[in-house]
Design a protein around this ligand. Structure first.
Ligand code: AMP
Length: 417
């Protein structure tokens, strides 16, 4: 038997209902904040990700699904959405009318170790606001993200926030960090030893337990913030306070991708069962320029849709739409029943045509298919141009079955569904 590829899964039933609900809420709120939708291809040239996310990140160095296509070009299944959106802004000449606010959602691919909440194909829902740098923009974006979480019924979360400062900040912090980490070099993991010269900030993301212990005592970036970056960060925090956003400063939050600067943030679920990151983002200063666009700043974030789905209650997302079963008693009534079905569809009434097996089997199928009402057509009904309407799961005998004229059935059902 074929199974999905490891770390990838089929979405159906309550899961796909959750997925659609999350997207609907996010689109509604995104529109209110002025975002329009973009959908970029799932594959891009490998360079699109390599240059923007950074060679030394886990995503690029270990997790990308890259392959050479039949034309000999190296292409990659997108591991995140921001790089493709930046590429599109430049290649579609959207950068001529900045600022621009875009939202996207769709499949992402990372060759990660599969576990609960971590997949190789997963979905992200993201927002990017490009061409406008101000603490107001940052606070509005974070506050919109919190509003989306509330609107889908996730109240147990906190926003962790940090500043990665400007270039000057990161340059002096990197020196301080390297000085500290060099003293512990022999105890660092092999990956981190390599990163010590290539990209020391990434060591702070390491999942290795010894690296984590060493990093917990490392200098913090907040102590190195330039005056401008310090003031910027203070203002973002004050504005979030004004909007009543529940946030905490986390001095070690650096996020796993190279392109962030200034404000960085992450949304953590406070659920006891599943207390992991549900999303995150930050400001980026050079991204559009990397793709040949203007030298402007942007800010964005992405939620992991599967992580949000895990926090929603299955029972609220079952298929509960009330449907009508059209049930001919025998084959002789099939054609009349088939015509009746069309009358229902023309009136926008959800219906199923159940015509296999004997009457009792058909009624069982109708029940299994979540039909609340059965329309039974036997010899008498066909002759009298009527329908026997049977309410499924109804104990009140006087209401359980009634006869309705076939011509009136659509308006009758519209009132009783
Ligand atoms: P990132 O693009 O790494 O900042 O991730 C943003 C969000 O995407 C995370 O907070 C997770 O919710 C989600 N995410 C990242 N990687 C995975 C994965 N392998 N499986 C499921 N969700 C993921």
């Amino acid at each position: 038997m074929f199974r999905p590829i490891r770390g990838m899964k089929d979405l159906y039933g309550s899961d796909i209902n959750k997925y659609n609900f999350i997207i609907e809420q996010a689109r509604h709120i995104g529109e209110k904040y002025g975002y329009s939708q973009i959908s970029t291809p799932i594959v891009e040239q490998t360079d699109v990700f390599q240059r923007s996310i950074g060679d030394e990140t886990d995503v690029v160095s270990k997790e990308m699904y890259s392959f050479v296509d039949k034309g000999g070009e190296s292409i990659t299944l997108r591991p995140e959405g921001t790089a493709g959106v930046m590429r599109a802004i430049v290649s579609e000449s959207m950068a001529q009318s900045l600022p621009i606010k875009l939202m996207y959602y769709g499949e992402m691919f990372r060759y990660d170790r599969p576990q609960k909440g971590r997949y190789r194909q997963f979905h992200q829902l993201g927002f990017e606001h490009i061409g406008d740098k101000s603490p107001y923009t940052d606070a509005l974006l974070i506050s919109m993200a919190s509003e989306i979480l509330n609107s889908i019924g996730i109240f147990g979360f906190k926003v962790l926030i940090n500043s990665l400062g400007d270039d000057e900040t990161r340059e002096s912090y990197t020196k301080g960090l390297v000085k500290y980490l060099s003293r512990h070099e022999e105890n660092l993991s092999e990956d981190s030893k390599k990163r010590l010269t290539k990209n020391p900030l990434r060591i702070l993301d390491s999942k290795d337990s010894k690296d984590k212990e060493i990093c917990s005592m490392a200098p913090i970036i907040t102590d190195y913030l330039s005056k401008e970056s310090g003031q910027y960060f203070e203002k973002v925090c004050a504005l979030l306070d004004d909007y009543g956003v529940n946030f905490e400063i986390d001095n070690f939050l650096v996020r796993g991708l190279d392109y962030y600067s200034e404000t960085a943030f992450e949304f953590k679920s406070t659920s006891e069962e599943y207390g992991d990151s549900v999303g995150g983002g930050g400001r980026y200063d050079k991204l559009l320029k990397i793709f040949g666009g203007p030298d402007v700043s942007g800010i964005g974030f992405a939620f992991g849709i599967e992580r949000l789905m895990m926090l929603l209650d299955d029972s609220k997302f079952q298929n509960k739409a009330k449907k009508v079963a059209v049930v001919p008693v025998s084959e002789d009534e099939n054609d009349t029943a088939f015509q009746l079905l069309k009358t229902l569809y023309d009136a926008d009434i959800p219906a199923e045509f159940i015509h296999n097996g004997n009457l009792s089997k058909k009624m069982k199928i109708a029940d299994r298919m979540n039909c609340g009402i059965a329309l039974i057509l036997g010899e008498d009904e066909c002759e009298n141009e009527t329908v026997t309407v049977k309410l499924m799961n109804c104990d009140d005998k006087s209401k359980k079955t009634q006869t309705v004229a076939r011509n009136d059935i659509a308006s009758f059902l519209k009132h009783s569904l």
